[in-house]
Design a binder for this molecule. Sequence first.
Ligand code: FAD
Ligand code: NDP
Length: 416
Amino acid sequence: MGRAFVYVILGGGVAAGYAALEFTRRGVSHGELCIISEESVVPYERPALSKGFLLPEGIFLPSESWMDSISLSLGIEVVLGTWVKSADVKRKTLLTATGETISYKFLIIATGARALKLEEFGLNGSDAGNVCYLRDLADATRLVDVMQSCIGGNAVVIGGGYIGMECAASLVINKLNVTMVFPEAHTMARLFTPKIASYYEDYYIAKGVKFIKGTVMSSFDMDSDGKVTAVNLKDGSWLPADMVVVGIGIRPNTALFEGQLTMEKGGIKVNGQMQASDSSVYAVGDVAAFPVKLFGETRRLEHVDSARKSARHAVAAIMDLEKTNEFDYLPFFYSRVFTLSWQFYGDNAGEVVHFGDFSGNTFGAYWVNRGNLVGSFLEGGSKEQYEAISKVTRLRPAIEDLGELEKLGLGYALAE
Ligand code: FAD
Ligand code: NDP
C-alpha cells in the first residue's frame, strides 16, 4: 500500500502548520502536498497550551482552524493520528504505523521534540494518575482535568524553566497552592540573570508560589490508586502533593533519521536553506540545527518564532532555491505570565548591563560580548520599545562604555 506526493511534511505542529501555509501562499496543485502527524488535530499554536488553554476560561484551540478549510480547497492530504515509524532517505519513503508507504520528492522534517521523562533521570512515577507533562493538546487536556479535580489543593512543579514558570502561573490562577522545585540557584537559569530572575520570583512569591531551589526530587509517595501523595526531595524534605507538573526539558525527535542524516547539537544539521545533508530533505523548527549568521555558528532553537520562520524559509527554498537567500535569523524568545510579559532578542553571552526600574514595571538588560551588543531583554515594553531592542540587537553595535550604556538604558535602543 502506498501513495506518492511531491512535498511531504512530517509532523503536525507549529513548523508544519507554517510550512503548509507558505506552500498554499505560493501555490500547490491538488494532491501535491501531504502532512502526516501523530496528533489527532490539525496544526495549532502550541504556546497557547500553557497560556490560554490552562486558564479557567479555557480558550480553545485548533479544530476549526485555517488548516481545515485550506486543506479541503487545495487538495492537501492531511493524515492525522498517524505515527511514522521509519524513514528511508535514500528511497525517499516514510513508513507509517498503519503500514502505508508514503513517498516524496521533497521532505520537510518538522517532528519537533518530546518532553523528557523523569525516568530518563533515573526516577519513577510518570505513569501516576496525577503526574502531568505538557507538550501537546492531549497533555494539556489531561492537565486541565487533573487540575480541576484538585482546586484548592497542592501542586508541585518540577523544573524552573519555561514550562515550570508558565504552568505555575496558570495553577495559581486556578487556585492551587504551588511549590516549584528545581536544581539551579534561580528560575530560567539558561536565560535570566539572577537579578532578572529575582524580579519574577518576588512576583510569584507575592502570588503565593513557594520556591525550593538547589535540589531535585528523589521519589514520590503513592496511594493505593496509583496517585502521588507527596514528593520526596534529595535534601531530605518532602512536599504534600495533589498533583505534579513536570517540565524538565525536551529532546528533539530525530530518531527516524539517525545514521541517515548528519546531526549536530542534538538536531538535524541543515544549511542556510534549511536543507539537510540529503538535498531532498529539509528540517525546520525545534529539530533543526541551523547556521545563525549573526553569531557565526550553528544553533538549535526551541522557540515558536524560529519554528514559524524556518518553516517558511524551507518552503521558499524548495520552491525557488535560486532566489532564496540564506536564512538570516535573529533569535527571539518571549513569555507571558500573570500580567507580566517579556521579550528577548539575540544571544545572552558576555557581560550584562541591567537597566530600568526593577521595582516597577519596565526594566531590561543588554548583553555585550567582545565589545558588541549581542542580546537584549525587556519586561513590560511597548510595541515600539520591543521593536527598538530587536532592531538594535540585529545591528550588533560596538559598545565602548558599559557605564554609559547602563545610564542610557532603553534610551540607547530607542535612539539607534
Ligand atoms: P512541534 O510543534 O512540537 O510539532 C512536532 C509535531 O511532529 C507534532 O505534531 C508531533 O506529534 C509530530 N511528530 C513527531 N514525530 C512524529 C512521527 N514520527 N510521526 C508523526 N508525527 C510526528 N515558544 C515560544 O517561543 N514562546 C512561547 O510562548 C512558547 N510556549 C510554549 C508552550 C508550550 C506548552 C510548549 C510545549 C512549547 C512552547 N513554546 C514556546 C515552544 C514552541 O511551541 C516550539 O518551539 C514549537 O512548537 C516547535 O515547533 P515544531 O513544529 O518544531 O515542533
Ligand atoms: P527548559 O529547558 O526551559 O527547563 C527545564 C528545567 O528543568 C531547567 O531549569 C532544568 O535545569 C530543570 N531540570 C532538569 N532536570 C531536572 C530534575 N531532575 N528536577 C528538577 N528540575 C530539573 O524546559 P521546559 O521543560 O521548561 O520547556 C520545554 C520546552 O518548551 C522548551 O523547549 C521550551 O523552549 C518550550 N517552552 C517555551 C516557552 C516559551 O518560550 N515561552 C513556554 C513553554 C515551553 P537544568 O537547566 O539544570 O537542566
